[in-house]
Design a protein around this ligand. Sequence first.
Ligand code: HEM
Length: 476
Amino acid sequence: MNKSAKPLSYPSFPSKMLHLAIIIAGLAGFTLGAHIAFLVGFDYSLGKGYHAYIQSHGHIQLIGWVGLFIMSVSLYFMPRLGHFKIEITKRVKYISFFITIGILLKYIFHSALPYYTHVSWTSTITFLTLLSSVCIFIGILIYLSIVLQIANGMKNQLKDPTKDIRLLFIIMILGWILYGSAHFILSAILHINSQTILLPNWNLFMVDIFIYWIILPICFGVGLRAIPLFMRLPSIQWNTLYFSKIYFAVVLIYFGLKLGYQFIDNGQLLLPYLNILGFIKNMTILWFVYQLDVIIKLKVPWTDTQKEEWIPHKKESRKHYPDYGEFGHFEWLIKSAFIWLVFAALLDAYLNIALLLHIPTELSKDGIRHAILLGFTTPLIMGMGVRMVPGMTGALRLKNPGTVLWIAVLVNGAAISRVLPMILPSNILDMIPNGYEIIMPLFGVSGILGVAAIWLFYFTMNPVLKGKRLPLPKSI
Ligand code: HEM
């Protein structure tokens, strides 16, 4: 062994990666969404670039905002969970490098593509769009190389089925492989056929893969370990492994059927089964939220089941929470996230039933998708960010905990104004005086609220990401 080699330790928190995620969301992901929503909401001409902007916005939000957050937290969390010391500094830099280049190329060239129709331009620009997907796929593969190395080296101490979240991580790994490779293939088709957008049906299929194979499993996994502690919820007494197996089976069959539906000529025949499976998928999600008990707190918190005698401290923690207010009202973000998840699952379940029984419905998939991505995922990231990351970076607390409540207000305002116009049926709009005149401008400002929320989140997290211990705020 090289004598100068440092002994292995647990990786430090990849602050720069999270920093990048927020900057990308603030400069590219949310702003593109805000631009599109503003055009639609205030009835401006949508222009040639409309569909390409939508696809760039979706992809940048998924990979840049959500993806980089998931990567940064899991690279800190997983080695500790598996008691596996590992050196990852260089590889973390490469991941950030490739994903940033990939996103830059996507942002610039995919958005520009519809405006350059001459053949000499098209082939160069579609090639650069393809290059973007290659860079992102390389970033994903480097990330997965670390995750697999950790999984291999995990000491098998997770025998307790209430704590075993490994299957959820495996689903997430499969999700990354599916999403990264499918995005590459779609971009190659775009280049070969000189298209201006990726094949829309397949693109949305990939978006669903990202939601159900990456976002939800990792939220379930990390949520199960961290949320009960932060929110003083009941300790996990139910069989997590069993739940993971059911979830895996359901999404496997659901997406298998969906694949069949997209591929085969008479795929319509699969629709009833697809809706039944979709309904079961939504019930599984609702069951998880019920068991976590995060919204109404019906069950006894884990602190009440502790055997040790309670020793009074000089300072009392916040009522119902184990902290002293140094993370602000982070519970507003986390609770509202789960309320949105329940709302989205109920709406989607209703859509499944309506389609199965041929009940006419105006519910839009786009509204449900944003209920999950903007209503659930974004506040959850923000809530976990302000509550969990200060401990990971060594800052230990927020500099300005008071901003957290405003982040919650802004992001929920953005979600309400983005989702409601997409799901309110026309008979309800007819009943509201000037319903149509109000609803579209509401949609138009949703993005501006989202951009404000993300920048406030940035200013709240920036001191934390510097990694220095922060002084206790004066209010505490
Ligand atoms: C306030 C913030 C947001 C606004 C204003 C916004 C706006 C939009 C709009 C107008 C569309 C086009 C819908 C259509 O097909 O007609 C869209 C699509 C999409 N958005 Fe957002 N969005 C926001 C936040 C988010 C977030 C946080 C995510 C992900 C984390 C996200 C992911 C997507 C995806 C995946 C699509 C579908 C893209 C496609 O069709 O390829 N959005 N968004």
